[in-house]
Write a protein that binds this ligand. Structure first.
Ligand SMILES: [Zn+2]
Length: 611
């Protein structure tokens, strides 16, 4: 949960860009904001057919006007089972919606589910149908939408469509729903402010312009700024946006595991778009992922003892060798990407000793003269956006020609044993045991999926052959130990969906738009580490005792955050994601696999401008 948002939001409240300012800027995170109606836009009056009972939520009009001024489209997505139950008429509903528009301003689209729970429609939230239709009506896609709602089914619908889901709880919102949400805001104005802040964070700092920073060392120790150029930045110029960075060698750094490196990919692509040559320094655990990232010209591998999860003692001779190696790279500048609990400063010191003139990083700790661009990010931001915002702060916004999505280099074809595309990948293992799926549960999931008609492919590394053999049993194909990361990526690319813990393959799936059933142990925040901008259903107990411990091995006996998941919930999740059982006999072209092919259900549209 994100306790510090309110404050951060207010700090940035002047940062809204008008339509005109957006033109010529890089790609945006969000084109549109979708809003639940009852309990989000207006007070929840059960089955209301009376315009006189419409009461806006506090601050709603001003918040919506901020979104409109920023050029974002708005739609309402609302369950109105009162229609199915005959509790009000369509005419009454239209009157209520006209009243809402009179009070809150116009919406670009209204999407209403008129059905009841028993109707089995594809539009009643938590199904994602309304999100798909609203995005289409607004000329965009769900991944470029944020949905604000007050209960868990709003968030579930958003994530299942691949949109960002923001929960604004009311007294009726369940604690479990609050714990499971990737993003929680105190009220509608705070949710809107954070959407705009995240949108703006992908742009280079506009206020100061590049290299025009104040001599900011006095400011740098203060905790209330997002971004500061420190010291005599004029003597250490970065890119100026006119291609002046094109001849420069930029060292980008991301240590730690494959997943960490994969989610940094968009940030690295942003740097690559403005640099002459990009060298990626990574650790041995991230090497294979580094090789898959577009924009990287050279990979340098070194284990950093202040980052590695199984660190070795610091050896002065080895550190001296690293400095020599870094010096030989002759980098003009460095961008050090980190996760929220890692420090860039030890490496920044070595880079200074290696003569790197300009260094950018996110650091809450006072950096002294170690950083030229010290960037700040509130907690809870998705890791990929965190990286993109650092790149932008360093003068490397993602270019117009790119998209804020994970992306990989072309990979070899999958092993033929995977079978024809459309299977479900079940990946039970994880480098950190606390984030893997309990083997007994994975076995039951494989069986349940097979019984439901899915073809299941079980994947895992060379050390996980026993595990994958056990999980696959006689119900699934076992590819354990048969795939390096590139082949695993190819297997994932051919999948109809991936069932996985919080580990590398979830991010591979995101890179291909393949929906994810995320068995997410809450040891780290879901909002930061959950699959990014891809249809997802989250399963598992989000408020289990391991929450936010960052433990590599589960600290709670029995791994209860995941062991309580019912295999049937995985089958239900695939249904919600629009992934049908896919018998061996059918021949489905690979081009039809993935998020773009999800059927869009017919939805009643009612009231307002969007009719
Ligand atoms: Zn419906």
């Amino acid at each position: 949960m994100r306790k510090d948002h309110g404050e951060a939001d207010q700090r940035r409240s002047a940062g809204v860009l008008a339509d005109a300012d957006r033109a010529g800027a890089g790609p945006v995170l969000f084109d549109a904001v979708l809003l639940d109606r009852d309990g989000t836009l207006v007070e929840d009056v059960p089955y209301n057919g009376d315009p006189d009972k419409v009461r806006p939520m506090p601050g709603a009009r001003a918040a919506l006007d901020r979104l409109r001024a920023a050029g974002l489209k708005l739609a309402v997505v609302t369950n109105q089972s009162g229609l199915a139950r005959g509790l009000f008429t369509e005419t009454q509903l239209h009157r209520v919606h006209r009243r809402i528009e009179a009070l809150l301003g116009p919406f670009d689209s209204w999407q209403v589910c008129p059905h009841d729970d028993g109707d089995g429609c594809a539009c009643r939230k938590p199904a994602p149908g309304l999100v798909h239709v609203a995005a289409h009506a607004l000329g965009t896609v769900p991944a470029r939408c944020a949905l604000i709602g007050d209960i868990g089914r709003d968030v579930t619908a958003a994530l299942a469509a691949g949109a960002a889901g923001i929960l604004v709880p009311t007294p009726v919102t369940r604690a479990q729903e609050i714990a499971a949400a990737p993003w929680v805001a105190a009220d509608l104005p705070s949710a809107v402010a954070e959407i705009l802040r995240r949108q703006d964070s992908l742009r280079p700092p506009a206020a100061t312009g590049y290299g025009a920073a104040s001599a900011g060392s006095a400011i740098a120790g203060v905790g209330d700024v997002d971004h500061v150029e420190v010291g005599s930045a004029a003597a250490r110029p970065g890119p100026d946006g006119d291609g002046a960075g094109r001849g420069r060698t930029v060292l980008v750094v991301r240590s730690d595991s494959a997943g960490d490196v994969l989610v940094t990919g968009p940030g690295i692509r942003a740097v690559a778009a403005g640099a002459g040559r990009v060298v990626l320094l990574c650790g041995p655990r991230g090497r294979a992922a580094a090789e898959l990232l577009p924009g990287v010209d050279e990979v340098v591998e070194h284990r950093l003892p202040w980052i590695d999860p199984a660190p070795v003692p610091v050896d002065p001779a080895e550190m001296a060798a690293l400095i020599t190696r870094l010096t030989a790279l002759a980098a003009d500048e460095a961008v050090i990407f980190t996760s929220f609990h890692q420090s860039p400063l030890p490496l920044a010191l070595l880079l200074r000793m290696a003569g790197v003139a300009r260094i950018a990083a996110i650091s809450d700790d006072y950096p002294g003269t170690l950083l030229d661009v010290r960037h700040r990010v509130p907690s809870g931001v998705p890791e990929a956006e965190r990286a993109l915002s650092l790149a932008a702060a360093a003068g490397y916004p993602l270019p117009q020609t790119d998209e804020p999505h994970l992306r990989l280099r072309p990979v070899p074809p999958p092993p033929p044993e995977a079978g024809e595309p459309g299977y479900v990948v079940l990946h039970p293992g994880s480098a950190a045991p606390a984030r893997g799926c309990p083997p007994e549960l994975a076995e039951r999931i494989a069986r349940e999926l097979a019984v439901a008609g899915h073809r299941v492919v079980v994947t895992g590394g060379p050390q996980e052959r026993d595990l994958t053999a056990r999980v696959a049993g006689r119900y699934a194909r076992d590819l354990g130990g048969r795939t390096g990361l590139a082949e695993l990526a190819a297997v994932v690319a051919g999948a109809g969906a991936v069932v996985v813990g919080n580990t590398g393959p979830a991010h591979l799936a995101a890179a291909y738009g393949v929906p994810v059933v995320s068995l997410f142990a809450p040891t780290v925040p879901f909002g930061q580490w959950g699959p990014w901008r891809v249809p997802t259903v989250r399963l598992g107990d989000a408020s289990a005792a391991c929450r936010d411990t960052r433990a590599a091995s589960c600290p709670v006996p029995g791994h209860p955050c995941l062991s309580g998941v019912e295999p049937g919930a995985v089958v239900d999740a695939l249904r919600l994601l629009g992934v049908p059982p896919h018998p061996v006999s059918s021949h489905r072209p690979v081009a039809l696999v993935g998020a773009a092919s999800r059927a869009v259900p017919a939805v009643a549209s009612s009231g307002g401008r969007g009719r």
